[in-house]
Design a protein around this ligand. Sequence first.
Ligand code: GUN
Ligand code: ZN
Length: 436
Amino acid sequence: MKKMRQKASKLYRARIIHSINADKACEFKDGALVIDSKGKILACGDYQEIKKSEFGKSKVVDKRGQLIIPGLVDCHLHLPQLDLRGKHGATLLGWLEKYIFPAEKAFASLRVADDLAKRFFKKLILNGTTTSAIYTTIHAKSTDHVFKVAKEAGVRAIIGKVMMDQNAPKDLIENTHESLKSSEELCAKWHGAASGRLMYAFTPRFAPTCSEYMLTEIGKLAHEYDAYIQSHIAETLAENKFVSERFPDYKDYTAVYEENGCLGPKTILGHAIHLNDDEMQRLAIRKARIAHCPTSNFFLKSGRMPIEKIEEHGITYGLGTDVGAGTSMSIFTTMRHADYIQPNITVTPVKAFYLATLGGAKTLSLSQLIGNFESGKAADFCVVDIRNIDPRYKLSELNLDEVLSLLMYRGSGGLVEESYVEGKKLDVDHLKIKGE
Ligand code: GUN
Ligand code: ZN
């Protein structure tokens, strides 16, 4: 039995770095990552040690000179906004009106959805992002199609159809019951699909576009299906003002989600910039998670997430590109922006690496399964070559801090050679894209 398992297993030999916690990363300069035929991690350690162990007979895949890290985790991004990156000239609410809502209308077309979804997943894979939490639009059929493309692409993803039943343009406002019904159907079909790789998130866009009734029903549905809820919170002061005017009976923004049953460990809230201490404390009590999106916050001049207070309150958070307000699909870019956006705090490379991997997994309640290379977890990883930054870089000449620093401050999708989910290499070429 043991022999059969060994025979079928693969051993990736490379420099290996993974995260232990926000202050500690672990590395094996000549490392081995052993994966069974089902894509589970059997062992991770020093190559010579592993060679002597029960896994020594595994088939070796030689990646020396390259680096293996856990697959990157993007906790917040919008698939239909892929081509809207870099449309300058507006604050959040103006930007939504001017660029985003018109483009999201076009996503009603399956042809548009197909083209965007294939290019989107291809780019995610090329950027080393193996797990992500994705918004689509209000369109159920197009969302169903996005799930199909995600399944074919082989990625791990939490995906949700946007829900809006008020304060949106005419063509994007849904009938509340239809929105709930079609979201529930998508959840029933896709939550846990593809052997658990695909998951569903009820996706009320943000409080301004959602009725209290809809939020309450979303809370119940998410609970019933043990599914996610993803939304935005306190991204800009103008949005906060809008919420306080439209929801005068609630003491603050957080209360709109809280009192309608939308806060829990599987709630992922984008931004969380303009919250007071009491709100942060209540988010922490409910164990709600935050997707920190600094690239987007720079672009829309939304402000700075107060990382020190979020941490003081013990709120779990990870990184999100927030494409399309986020201009880059690369989590490496988000890592450096997480540091740049804090004038008085340093987000170290070790911490940024944690946020991009294990911290992201915790944010998505998936750290039992992914985020680092503990035995038993799924083998989601990417192969990175720092010579893609500059051919003169030699991995063996750099210490751990220097490598993480390079990834953070000079990293991009260009570094990533290969991405794997459950031990399976993701093949971007089979995502055939018309016109390419
Ligand atoms: N708030 C509500 N919708 C959106 C969106 O699409 N992008 C961003 N950045 N914030 C939002
Ligand atoms: Zn967003």
